[in-house]
Design a protein around this ligand. Structure first.
Ligand code: FAS
Ligand code: PHB
Length: 394
């Protein structure tokens, strides 16, 4: 089999890249190791930057997002029980974010791919990129007991942090930067009305909490938990009791609880690989970088990688600008480190980590209070939350 771009991974990065390439007449095939239902069962991100929203519209898959997604003009940070609103719209000259679940946008991308009869092979095994430094790379995989070879011009590695793509690059050709945080985020999804119409990030003596939502009838809550916590330690009752302890009193008093429809613990990690390319293999999304979810940047930095790779490939196939290929990683990494820094900063400001010294605790508390008590400080938070501009690809 042959195609122009072989895409490994049918998460949001791979699907959005495939859809944008298709719109430019660039043929692509996606290889995914699990089933579509399994991909849709992962409950993850909820906040989309303007850049992501614009890309979904450019890909022609934004109809449901525009009708069901919620435009948010601001969000709150609660410090020691005091609520502080960050006026995104007012502080950024009109920019906002859209709250729309990753599951829903992934479903929209899957539906669009099916409608346009593009090829996606689900539940394939042993995917392996080959000859990435050659002019004609290829990908092998197994499906239904048979071995296959997919010849291509370029390989997009959008197979997430645990995928095969990054691991196929010789270790001495890349540098990995990593910071592991003690503990993780225990997330709960419930069909209950959100406690607040906007997101509330909470710094509390007992640990971080986040009140988010998927709609006015479906809520998403998070609690910072310790590194030894397991999901079986947290029944719904314990979750709701702990959330109430961390919420500012006026929110705790009006919290509506209900049975969880999903509950999971996500680790907190900062990770970047440099460079994000090796010959004709290009890494994008979680395959290349990870952030703690505190800044809502994971999915959004994946989107800026998609934009950069799709734009370069469009110029390569359309105008023969192959010299742009070697610029991919450098263009992506500038914006990725912005997202890494903001996510790291929000995590340190709002979480209580066992390893943090008493002195640093005081410094972090003083720093976030300074930012929240100054227009300049709130503007810095707002600009980064709505998303810094994408880089031009010339
Ligand atoms: P993904 O990991 O989503 O998709 C990669 C795909 O590749 C998967 O479908 C996988 O099955 C497939 N794959 C892997 N190995 C393969 C192989 N060898 N062969 C073929 N296919 C293979 N971001 C936020 O902004 N906010 C959040 O609250 C948030 N919560 C998160 C919670 C968790 C548990 C995780 C892991 C991430 C979270 N993120 C969050 C980040 C998340 O949204 C990612 O940024 C987003 O899923 C990135 O999308 P992809 O790059 O497509 O990677
Ligand atoms: C979510 O709604 O899942 C969400 C929102 C904002 C974050 C992280 C997760 O920073």
């Amino acid at each position: 089999m042959k195609t122009q771009v072989a895409i490994i991974g049918a998460g949001p990065s791979g699907l959005l890249l495939g859809q944008l390439l298709h719109k430019q007449g660039i043929e692509n095939v996606i290889l995914e190791k699990v089933s579509p239902d399994y991909v849709l069962g992962r409950i993850r991100a909820g906040v989309l930057e303007q850049g992501f929203v614009d890309l979904m519209r450019e890909a022609g898959v934004a109809e449901r997002m525009d009708s069901e997604g919620e435009i948010h003009d601001g969000f709150e940070i609660a410090l020691n029980g005091v609520r502080n609103r960050i006026d995104l719209k007012g502080l950024t000259g009109g920019n906002t974010v859209i709250v729309y679940g990753q599951t829903e946008l992934t479903r929209d991308l899957m539906d669009a791919r099916t409608k346009t009869n593009q090829t996606t092979h689900y539940q394939v095994n042993d995917v392996q990129p080959h000859d990435m430094l050659e002019e004609h790379p290829y990908v092998t995989y197994e499906s239904g007991g048979k071995q296959y070879k997919l010849e291509c011009d370029y390989i997009a590695g959008s197979d997430g942090f645990h995928g095969v793509s990054r691991k196929s690059i010789p270790k001495d050709c890349i540098t990995e930067y990593e910071r592991l945080y003690p503990g993780g985020w225990l997330g709960l999804l419930s069909d209950t009305p959100p406690v607040n119409p906007e997101l509330v990030y909470i710094r509390h003596e007992r640990g971080f909490a986040l009140c988010s939502l998927r709609s006015q009838t479906r809520s998403r809550y998070y609690l910072q938990v310790g590194k030894n916590d397991k999901i079986e330690d947290w029944n719904d009752e314990r979750f709701w009791e702990e959330l109430k302890r961390r919420l500012p009193k006026d929110l705790a008093d009006k919290l509506i609880t209900g049975p969880s429809i999903e509950k999971s613990i996500a680790p907190m990690r900062s990770f970047v690989v440099d460079p994000m390319q090796y010959g004709r293999l290009f890494l994008l999304g979680d395959a290349a970088h990870i952030v703690p979810p505190t800044g809502a940047k994971g999915l959004n930095t994946a989107a800026s990688d998609v934009y950069t790779l799709y734009t370069i490939l469009t110029k390569v196939y359309g105008q023969g600008k192959t010299e742009l290929l070697k610029e991919y990683s450098k263009i992506c990494l500038r914006r990725i480190w912005d997202g890494e820094r903001f996510s790291w900063w929000m995590s340190n400001m709002l979480h209580k980590f066992e390893e943090t010294s008493a002195f640093n605790e005081k410094i972090y508390n003083s720093e976030i209070e300074y930012y929240l008590n100054s227009d300049a400080g709130r503007r810095v938070i707002a600009e980064q939350y709505v998303g810094l501009p994408y880089d031009n690809v010339e």
